[in-house]
Write a protein that binds this ligand. Structure first.
Ligand code: NAD
Ligand code: ZN
Length: 341
């Protein structure tokens, strides 16, 4: 089969021929139809310090996918050949306290497809049947291929009650933009999204009914005044990984405000802890998706009016994968989807 492989410990990805994976009794084999390129895949392409430390070479990359089940292990029940599906890319252990308590997304033994284990940038993917998420009619393959990052957005956005609340999202990357769409969908009052990249802010306003703010040009205090907000935002979602964005968020939250933090700051970033204490702010770190509650809620919302399709800005045939990665690396794209035919 064709697969996009991290074949060498240097920048790049290579299209290679690989054997079709053999499945075990509890697995399924999925014929991949569409995949999404993630920021993580860019780290792996660039072969930065994190990637070099984390990714074994050679490895089939990729973790955002939609496809069709073509083979089923003998222990597997409830799935059928021809079933369209996506799936959770975090492979969990069954031994930890959290896993045995059913909090699968908190399992410390988690291994990621396309990061630690063979991934989805291939014609065929082996996946434990446990991880499969069947796709309803209403969700086509290209939306199916971005459910992993949409799940990050949904997990973050549903961390706190947003109904009637004023929400600040820092970082209008694909995940921040989708989180803004979710906040709007579930009934937030004002949804403000910040970035320093005008292209990203323009895309945010195209995808969701939100107020984009370029923090390189405008102060959030002025935005609050314009919206007649006397105190501050009730809930913050940090989606940039940028220290300045987190500082601005803390500064512009109400007393007792809540922050869901998905963005990954570089290394040990300085935080003004006394500010957080005196404002009585709650911070929740968000990792991955709740397995499978996030998937359940995300699909229900997509079936009931949540529309994030415009966040997909580029579509390429997989043979043109280099163009897809170039679009992602430009910082101007939303989601980039590769078609495996
Ligand atoms: P992205 O890099 O595409 O988007 C981040 C955006 O933040 C960019 O548009 C950038 O211009 C913007 N930004 C930079 N400085 C800013 C500032 N001062 N104020 C506001 N915005 C600023 O990332 P993404 O793919 O949308 O992912 C969002 C974040 O979530 C990233 O940090 C990513 O590493 C992280 N992430 C975490 C998890 C998890 O499980 N915790 C999963 C996926 C992604
Ligand atoms: Zn991803």
């Amino acid at each position: 089969m064709k697969a996009l492989v991290k074949a060498k410990a240097e920048p790049g990805l290579w299209m290679e021929r690989r054997p079709v994976p053999e499945i075990g009794p509890d697995d399924v084999l999925i014929r991949i139809r569409k995949t999404g390129i993630c920021g993580t895949d860019i780290h792996i392409w660039n072969w930065d310090e994190w990637a070099a430390r984390t990714v074994p070479v050679p490895l089939v990359t990729g973790h955002e996918f939609a496809g069709e089940i073509v083979e089923i292990g003998r222990n597997v029940e409830g799935l059928s050949i021809g079933q369209r599906c996506s799936g959770e890319g975090h492979l969990i252990g069954r031994h930890s306290r959290q896993s045995r308590a059913g909090k699968f997304h908190l399992d410390p033994e988690t291994r990621g497809i396309g990061v630690n284990e063979p991934g989805a940038f291939a014609e065929y993917l082996r996946l434990p049947a446990f991880n499969v998420v069947p796709l309803p009619e209403a969700i086509d393959d290209e939306i199916g291929a971005i459910l992993d990052p949409l799940g990050n957005a949904v997990h973050t956005a549903l961390s706190f009650d947003l109904v009637g609340e004023d929400v600040l999202i820092t970082g209008a990357g694909p995940i921040g933009i989708m989180a803004a769409a979710v906040a709007r969908h579930v009934g937030a009052r004002h949804v403000v999204i910040t970035d320093v990249n005008p292209a990203r802010l323009k895309l945010a306003a195209e995808v969701a009914d939100v107020m984009p703010v370029n923090v390189a040009e405008e102060q959030l205090s002025d935005v609050k005044a314009r919206l007649k907000m006397t105190e501050g935002f009730d809930v913050g979602m940090e989606m940039s990984g940028n220290q300045a964005a987190l500082d601005q968020m803390v500064e512009n939250l109400v007393m007792g405000g809540r922050i869901a933090m998905l963005g990954i700051p570089p290394g040990k970033s300085p935080v003004d802890w006394s500010r957080i204490v005196f404002k009585a702010i709650t911070i929740k770190g968000v990792y991955g998706r709740e397995i499978f509650e996030t998937w359940y809620k995300m699909i229900a919302m997509l079936e009931n009016g949540l529309d994030v399709r415009k966040v997909i800005t580029h579509r390429f045939r997989v043979d043109d994968f280099a163009e897809g990665f170039a679009a992602m690396r430009s910082g101007l794209s939303g989601k980039v989807v590769l078609d495996w035919g």
